[in-house]
Ligand binder design. Structure first.
Ligand code: FES
Ligand SMILES: [Fe+2]
Length: 351
């Protein structure tokens, strides 16, 4: 065996606020991120507030039925304009009642007619790029970023080839989690199944996690794992059905797309840094219209079990890194090659 070791990133990068600040500026503010789906803005005048990395965003469906995204920051003195979700005819800032149309235009600023000094036409909400893949909504704060299609990098075709019509799925639920770890610890845990035999007995009883079946692929910003269920799956989840293989993708920096074998299904959501050692994640689950309730319950419970096991693992990693007495770690060249790819993308972005 070769003695050339592949080193991890310096562990200090997982606790240092200055590194996170750079990641926010150079990675998250320039990247596409999944934010929600068309069902979150079901009719004209519906909206929801969200964030891409640490960039506050509001998504609205305007009167002409166009779905738009804006920076959720008032042009007066910088307050967040919207919170939560619902229906609104205008977007009024709660601080001094500057009021924007659903197209982002500043309609009124109280007293501005009397006092002057405000050029309403140049003070609309800042529009952000929004694009869709079927019902799924993605936002990128960078006006010069490559198109969404590049970011998705063939995943829509893979999902279609697997026999899934994304537009025919129904939204099931959003599962949210707050994790005590750096966002990269969460992403890197997602990027290998080397830990599956040890740490996910339930998952490994259903999926074939052996080296020769569970395949790893990298492309520019896409890191993919895919594989079949076991020939004789045993466990709490029935993986038989139209969808024959699992696929698990990470789109750099943090959008996760999963398909489990079984009935047609997709789950998707972002990994978002909240602080150097805090991470927020959510996953939106979509499933075939005719999938039976017992299968749905089984599959959600199965995924929740894996998620609970992963939380323990990643928070232990963060605690170990935080100790600060070891500079870095090592990666297995094959089983952890997606992590090496991910870390190279981080290094490139920060260089
Ligand atoms: S900060 Fe929004 S109206 Fe003043
Ligand atoms: Fe895991």
């Amino acid at each position: 065996m070769s003695a050339i070791e592949v080193k991890t990133l310096p562990w200090g990068w997982y606790t240092d606020p200055a590194v996170l600040q750079l990641e926010r500026e150079r990675i998250f503010r320039r990247s596409w991120q999944y934010v929600g789906h068309l069902g979150d803005v079901p009719e004209p005048a519906s909206f929801f507030a969200t964030a891409v990395g640490d960039v506050p965003v509001v998504v609205v469906r305007d009167r002409e039925d166009e779905v738009r995204a804006f920076l959720n920051v008032c042009r007066h003195r910088g307050s967040l304009v919207c919170e939560g979700s619902g229906r609104r005819e205008t977007l009024q800032c709660p601080y001094h009642a500057w009021t924007y149309g659903l197209d982002g235009r500043l309609i009124t600023a109280p007293r501005s007619k009397r006092e002057g000094g405000i050029d309403e036409s140049s003070l609309g909400l800042v529009p952000l790029r929004l694009d869709t893949w079927g019902p799924l909504l993605f936002v990128n704060p960078d006006p010069d970023a490559a198109p969404l299609e590049n970011f998705l990098d063939g995943i829509p075709e893979r999902i279609a080839d697997a026999g899934i019509d994304l537009n025919a799925l129904r939204f099931l639920q959003r599962s949210e989690s707050e994790l005590d770890c750096n966002w990269k610890v969460s992403a890197e845990n997602f990027l290998e199944c080397y830990h599956c035999p040890t740490a996910h007995p339930g998952f490994s009883a259903v999926m074939d996690v052996s080296v020769d079946s569970y395949l790893l692929e990298t492309s520019a910003g896409r890191m993919t794992q895919h594989g079949p269920p076991r020939v004789e799956p045993k466990g709490a989840y029935d993986p038989t059905g139209e969808i024959e293989r699992g696929q698990f993708h990470l789109l750099f920096p943090g959008t996760v797309v999963n398909v489990m074998p079984g009935r047609p299904n997709v789950s998707i959501g972002p990994i978002v840094p909240r602080g150097p050692e805090q991470t927020y994640r959510f996953l939106d689950y979509f499933v075939a219209e005719d999938a039976d309730e017992s299968w749905i319950e089984e599959s959600l419970a199965f995924d929740a079990q894996v998620g609970a096991e992963d939380r323990v693992l990643i928070e232990r990693v963060q605690a170990g890194m935080r100790a600060g007495l070891v500079d870095d770690g090592v990666l297995l060249p094959a089983s952890e090659k997606l992590i090496a790819h991910f870390q190279a993308l981080v290094v490139d972005a920060l260089a």
